[in-house]
Design a protein around this ligand. Sequence first.
Ligand code: 7TS
Length: 407
Amino acid sequence: MTLDIQNIRGQFPVLDQEVNGKPLIYLDNAATTQKPKAVLEALSSYYTHDNSNIHRGAHTLADRATRTYEKTRSAVRSFLNSKEEEEIIFTKGTTEGINLVASTFGRKFIKEGDEIIISTLEHHSNIVPWQMLCEEKGAVLKVIPINDKGEILIDEFDKLLTEKTKLVSIVHASNALGTINPIEEVISKAHKIGARVLIDGAQSSAHLEIDVQALDCDFFVMSAHKIYGPTGLGVLYGKREVLEAMPPYQGGGEMIKEVTFDKTTYNEIPFKFEAGTPNIADVIAFQKAIEFVNDLGKSNIRAHEESLLTYAVDKLSNIKGFIPVGTADKKVSVLSFLINGMHPFDVGMMLDASGIAVRTGHHCTQPLMNRFDLEGTVRASFSVYNTKEEVDRLVESVSKIAKLKNK
Ligand code: 7TS
């Protein structure tokens, strides 16, 4: 199905504005996507009509809010195809999901001398929590190297896997380069030696079909704000048996069964991991974001984004001084690049002056940048509401900027 992009754009009020006197071209979608009207309206409608605390009030509003909140859990279950709704835990985002696993699963199951494997492509949020855990436990963090295209070396991964490996935590799609990792292979190899696997789905969940049962991953984390949903909300999927074996994350209301001053017993999953009043409004609005994606169809979204990426790479490659960074065979719609002789930050500023929003810098992947001997890159990332005309304007601006240093 060919998507009606103009109609889709009409659902995103933020796109309809000028920045620095030029129509906004928003190409920072890997950082966060814009929100469709349905999400904005759901937020406003919740606070206007239904605002109430959930799971505890014996009144109509509380009941309504609880049911709508739990409906999102059900929508997320089918979005990820988990077996059970109880395996879906709401978090603040990908970062919190990883930290939750590090401080519960990690604290209980990682011992001195154990090994955790990550890859060179990781976002800091899938590096630092494991470093902190390893420091506390005397465990060892190992890193899968990559080739010059930005693809992990699976043979090297094989060599890193030992009977000491307890966890492999790996990104599905790289935010800095766009590389899609062969996670099916990683998961099955890790499981053969008895290690658990966490998939960082922050960048994949908006573009790729996710089926946690088919993948057989033990954990999958994602952020709502990268899938047209609100900020400050994310999801941790975990297999029931693993979640049940893990101690709670935070103590407080909701996560308990019974409290006395002598002893507290804990609630069942998912509530065991959702202490305190959660992000009710954003959870409720996230359902509309999931509906938005489902209505368009992920394969249609991906096809459109891929066509933009291919078109952009083709056009930009003709520009003298254009240097792509990250040329993996399988990519999501992320295009990292440099312009010969120019600092990425300066390129970003010049593009902003033309109304084009891109991200510049290390993209919270400093070890990855070090692998390429770079301080950072310019990153354009495409979403379903971007157009070929916008890519043309990007190409035109990059071409002008490149000419400054590349005669
Ligand atoms: N993992 C990956 C692969 C990411 O891209 C990000 C955010 C995170 C984890 C953390 O997600 P959060 O929602 O908890 O912050 N990536 C980016 C980015 O590329 N630019 O801004 C945020």
